[in-house]
Write a protein that binds this ligand. Structure first.
Ligand SMILES: [Zn+2]
Length: 482
C-alpha cells in the first residue's frame, strides 16, 4: 500500500465562487458551505484562457501550459489546405503536451482521469498505470483499460442528451441533474475499485445546466440547475474521507447577457461566408447531402435535436459529432468560426476578414492568435480572437444578428484548495489555468515540470516530463504500427 498522498482535482465546468455563493444562499451545497464557513477551503478567482472556452481551458489546466504549447484551441482542429479549410474533431493524440495524469504515470504514480475534455480515444493516453474515461464531446464514451467497461461504462453514457438540451427547460434540467448523480456514483465506484494517487474528475453538467438558463445564472431564480450543484456536493462529502487534498477548479465562469451577438450572421451579410461553420459541416455529413434547411430546423429545436441524437446513438453512431475530417471549400467560406470567438481566415483574405470583424459594434477589440499564445504550435492558432464588450456574450448562429436574453461563458472561473496542507502551498491572487499542475504535483510530492507556464517558487526539484512523454508517445506509436 502506497504511503503517497491522494490528491483529487475536482473540476466543476463553468462554475465561479460568485455562483456557488448564490447556491449557498439558496440553501444548496451544504457540505461545501460548511467547509468554507469553517475556514477549511482557501479560495480565489481563476482567469480562463482567451476566449474562455472549455477545450483549451481544461487542456491548459491539465498540462500546465498555454494553448501555443499544447495545440488545443477549440473542439476542432483546423488546417488551411489548398482546396479549403480542413476540420476534424480534436482527439486525444492531437494534444502536444502531457497532461498531469500522464505526467505522474511516467513516475509510476497511478492516476485516474474522468471526463477531461479531449481524451477520446482514451487508449491513446500515454500512461501505463492510468484509468481514463473520455469526455462527452466525442463519438463515444470509452474506458482505458477496456476491462473496466462492462462494469462502469453505463454510468458515463447515461443522460448524455443533456449536453444538447442544456438548460432550456425544467425537463432538461431534471435530466442533467439525474445524469450528474449517476455520473458521481460511477466515479465513486471506480475510485473505490482501482488504485490511484491522482484523480482528475470533471463535472460538465454544471455547464450544460447554465447554458440557456439566464434566470439561474443571474441569480433571479432557483431552478433545477441547483440540483446539479447538490449532486457535486454529495460527491464531495462522500469522497472527502478517502483523499488528502482536493483542488476545486473550473475552466471559466458564466454570465447572463441581454443578448448574444451572432458573429456568423455578420460574416454572411458581408458576403464572406455563405453559411455558418456548423451548417457547412452538417451539409457534408456522410455520403448523403442533408439539406441546410433540415439541419437548421433540427438544430434550432433542442428537443428534436436530442431525439435525433438518441435514435442515432441507439443505432450505434453519434451523428452530432463528426469523426472524420471535412473540407469546407474557400468558395463557401472565406472565414470560419469553428468555436465561439475564434476565427480562421482563408489565405489572402485576412485583411478583409479583419475589416468586417471590426465593423461589428459589440466587438471591442480583436486579438491575433499568434500574438496571444506562445510556443511551438502557435502556427495552428486561430487568426483572430474576438474580445466583445460584454465578455463573453457571443454566439454562433447565422440567421439573425442577436439572440434573446441568454447566458455565456465568463472569463473568471474558480480555484480552491481544501485539505490539511494549506500551509505547504503557495497562493496566487489570480490563478491562471497553467498554475494548477505545479501545485497539484507539489501536493503529490513530485518534481516540478521543467518547462511549464505555471507558477511555482524557485528552488524546487524539476523534471522534464515533456521529453520523457514524447519518447513514450513515439514508442507507443511504433508498437501500434507493428
Ligand atoms: Zn466549460
Amino acid at each position: 500500500m502506497s504511503t503517497r498522498r491522494r490528491v483529487l482535482i475536482l473540476g466543476i465546468d463553468g462554475a465561479s465562487w460568485k455562483i456557488i455563493d448564490k447556491v449557498f444562499e439558496w440553501g444548496g451545497m451544504p457540505y461545501l458551505k460548511h467547509l468554507v464557513k469553517s475556514g477549511k477551503v482557501k479560495r480565489g478567482p481563476l482567469h480562463s484562457t482567451m476566449p474562455p472556452m472549455t477545450p483549451p481551458a481544461w487542456t491548459s489546466l491539465a498540462t500546465g501550459v498555454n494553448p501555443g504549447k499544447h495545440g488545443v484551441y477549440g473542439f476542432h482542429r483546423i488546417y488551411k489546405r489548398e482546396e479549403g479549410f480542413e476540420s476534424h474533431l480534436m482527439k486525444s493524440h492531437d494534444v502536444e503536451y502531457p497532461r498531469i495524469h500522464e505526467m505522474v504515470s511516467l513516475l509510476k504514480v497511478p492516476s485516474v482521469a474522468i471526463n477531461l475534455p479531449v481524451t477520446y480515444p482514451p487508449w491513446n493516453s500515454v500512461c501505463g498505470n492510468c484509468v481514463v474515461v473520455n469526455d462527452w464531446m466525442a463519438p463515444d464514451i470509452r474506458i482505458k483499460p477496456r476491462e473496466l467497461e462492462t462494469k462502469f461504462r453505463h454510468y458515463f453514457i447515461e443522460g448524455l442528451e443533456g449536453s444538447i438540451l442544456k438548460g432550456t427547460s425544467r425537463g432538461s434540467l431534471k435530466m442533467i441533474a439525474r445524469r450528474a448523480h449517476v455520473f458521481a456514483e460511477g466515479v465513486l465506484e471506480l475510485l473505490n475499485t482501482v488504485e490511484w494517487n491522482l484523480a482528475f474528475i470533471v463535472f460538465s453538467e454544471t455547464d450544460w445546466a447554465m447554458h440557456f438558463n439566464p434566470d439561474f445564472v443571474s441569480g433571479r431564480n432557483i431552478n433545477e440547475a441547483f440540483e446539479v450543484y447538490n449532486a457535486i456536493d454529495k460527491f464531495l462529502k462522500e469522497i472527502h474521507g478517502s483523499v488528502d487534498d482536493i483542488i476545486l477548479v473550473s475552466d471559466h465562469g458564466f454570465t447572463a447577457c441581454d443578448h448574444l451577438v451572432n458573429i456568423p450572421y455578420f460574416l454572411k451579410k458581408s458576403g464572406l461566408a455563405k453559411m455558418g461553420f456548423h451548417e457547412t459541416l452538417a451539409l457534408r455529413f456522410g455520403k448523403t447531402a442533408i439539406p441546410p434547411w433540415l439541419v437548421n430546423f433540427v438544430r434550432s429545436r433542442p428537443r428534436l435535436k436530442a431525439l435525433v441524437y438518441k435514435i442515432i446513438n441507439l443505432l450505434g453512431k453519434n451523428v452530432s459529432i463528426e469523426e472524420r475530417k471535412r473540407i469546407i471549400p474557400y468558395d463557401m467560406a472565406k472565414v470560419i468560426m469553428p468555436d465561439v470567438g475564434i476565427l480562421y481566415a482563408a489565405p489572402g483574405h485576412e485583411e478583409e476578414v479583419l475589416r468586417v470583424l471590426k465593423s461589428i459594434p459589440e466587438i471591442q477589440s480583436i486579438l491575433k492568435g499568434s500574438e496571444t499564445y506562445w510556443g511551438p504550435y502557435v502556427s495552428g492558432a486561430p487568426d483572430y480572437l474576438l474580445m466583445p464588450e460584454n465578455p463573453y456574450c457571443i454566439y454562433s448562429k447565422s440567421d439573425k444578428p442577436y439572440t434573446e436574453e441568454n447566458t455565456a461563458h465568463h472569463p473568471i472561473g474558480m480555484f480552491g484548495v481544501l485539505g490539511d496542507h494549506l500551509d505547504e502551498i503557495w497562493w496566487r491572487d489570480l490563478w491562471e489555468p497553467w498554475d494548477l499542475v505545479p501545485l497539484a504535483l507539489k501536493l503529490l510530492g513530485l518534481p516540478m515540470p521543467a518547462n511549464t507556464d505555471g507558477y511555482y517558487p524557485e528552488g524546487l526539484e524539476k523534471y522534464n516530463y515533456l521529453a520523457r512523454w514524447r519518447l513514450a508517445k513515439r514508442a507507443k506509436i511504433r508498437v501500434s504500427r507493428r
